[in-house]
Design a protein around this ligand. Structure first.
Ligand code: HEM
Length: 397
């Protein structure tokens, strides 16, 4: 990882991998929204913009004419060659046919079937640390839930979770500064899925790998590179994201006793609480590449430059959400952008919501009282997905 220069001015030199941004980005975004709603930085090859208002993020997410998804991560050095992960890296007209085959696997009925198994996963994890009166809620609990759920869906060994998380860290965090890490992670994932496909051959199967193998677009199977690209995406998209949402929600409840007690005492608040925690701690920030000259909110953008598309910053815009800085677990009107906006809106949102809800419900049933372990060292991930990576908590055993 290259040494970082301190940020001179967030408006003209922003850096989403700066320790201050990683630790607590909200005051930075609030300041920028007031004085420079579309900030700029030359730290990234060909320059990158950072819109912090909901309206601007929305406009860009919906505008597939000027903004392409062929690059979805702002990196120091642009990444060549690009190994696509459809549909997230696809633009129209290729996007729709790449997305459609995924939908049945993540619809509400399919997700409902996964709910009892997810509850069992959560309870097995809690069994492992309850008697100790302490655990790391990020590494002993949150991270294992989406890893095990997706392993079960893909029909692969739960024990492979460690590898999955290493690949994701290389692709999404270390890869911002080091393109070799991205390549290594993509290559290892490709090999993994090739082996999984070979193992299955043409045998019918219920798992997501067999399901994707058997999909047909206009009568044709997905070409091998697209099939493997989509499987890589499912792994990348489903693990760190949900781990981060669960972890950040537990961090909030560990540090806000009033919300924790209210939610533990009144589970009917769970629906609004889940949405509010997703709004306030939205984990996923994507990017777009400008492909045609355009102005957004008066700011000119040139082809080749990147846009950091921060759904988390949009979610904190007080023009869209009154008292945006306050977490209100009974917030009624909440059209947050945590799952994105426009054609790329998250395919896995039903699954992610279920996992977050079940993770909080099962935790609160058995651990209604908990707090950070003093002197707590909470660390947050950097880059594309934000969530706690170390979250030591204590509770009565
Ligand atoms: C709390 C957890 C999650 C959050 C916050 C989240 C967020 C997002 C966001 C913001 C996008 C839009 C990307 C863009 O505009 O470029 C997206 C797309 C996507 N997500 Fe999620 N996601 C989560 C969990 C999941 C899960 C569990 C899966 C599946 C296993 C998943 C699969 C996908 C896929 C396939 C896309 C691409 C959709 C497309 O390009 O049409 N996500 N997600």
């Amino acid at each position: 990882m290259s040494a970082r220069r301190p940020v001179a001015d967030w408006a003209t030199d922003w850096d989403h991998t700066d320790p201050a941004w990683i630790e607590n980005p909200f005051p930075i975004w609030d300041d920028l929204r007031k004085r420079c709603p579309i900030a700029h930085s030359e730290r990234f090859e060909d320059g990158a913009h950072f819109p912090s208002r909901y309206a601007d993020v929305r406009e860009i997410a919906y505008d597939t004419e000027h903004f392409s998804s062929r690059r979805v991560i702002v990196r120091e050095k642009k990444f060549h060659p690009i190994m696509p992960s459809p549909p997230i890296t696809s633009d129209p007209p290729e996007h729709r046919p790449a997305r459609m085959p995924l939908l049945p696997a993540f619809n509400p009925k399919a997700v409902e079937k996964l709910t009892p198994g997810t509850r069992a996963i959560c309870n097995r994890l809690i069994d492992g640390f309850l008697a100790k009166g302490a655990c790391d809620a990020a590494t002993d609990y949150a991270q294992h839930i989406p890893t095990r759920v997706i392993a079960h869906m893909l029909g692969v060994d739960e024990e492979h979770g460690e590898r999955f998380r290493r690949w994701i860290k290389m692709a999404l965090e270390e890869g911002i500064h080091d393109n070799d890490k991205v390549m290594q992670s993509l290559k290892e994932m490709t090999l993994y899925f090739k082996e999984q496909l070979e193992k299955r051959g043409t045998k019918p199967g219920e798992d997501l790998i067999s399901f994707m193998r058997d999909q047909r677009i206009e009568g044709q199977p997905l070409p091998p590179d697209k099939l493997i690209g989509t499987l890589r995406l499912l792994l990348i998209a489903g693990i760190d994201t949900t781990w981060s949402a669960i972890g950040a929600s537990l961090w909030h409840l560990a540090t806000h006793a009033e919300d924790r007690r209210r939610l533990a005492d009144d589970p009917s608040l769970m629906d609004t609480a889940v949405e509010e925690l997703l709004r306030a701690y939205a984990p996923v920030t994507m990017a777009r590449e400008v492909v045609k000259e355009v102005k957004v909110n008066g700011c000119p953008m040139k082809p080749g430059s990147m846009v950091l598309l921060s759904f988390p910053a949009a979610n904190r815009d007080p023009e869209m959400f009154p008292n945006a800085e306050r977490v209100q677990i009974d917030r009624k009107e909440n059209r947050h952008a945590a799952f994105g906006l426009g054609i790329h809106r998250c395919v896995g949102s039903n699954l992610a919501r279920m996992e977050l809800r079940v993770a909080l419900e099962e935790w609160l049933k058995r651990i209604p009282e908990f707090e950070l372990q003093p002197p707590a060292r909470v660390t947050w991930s950097e880059g594309t997905v934000r969530g706690p990576r170390q979250l030591p908590v204590v509770f009565p055993s």
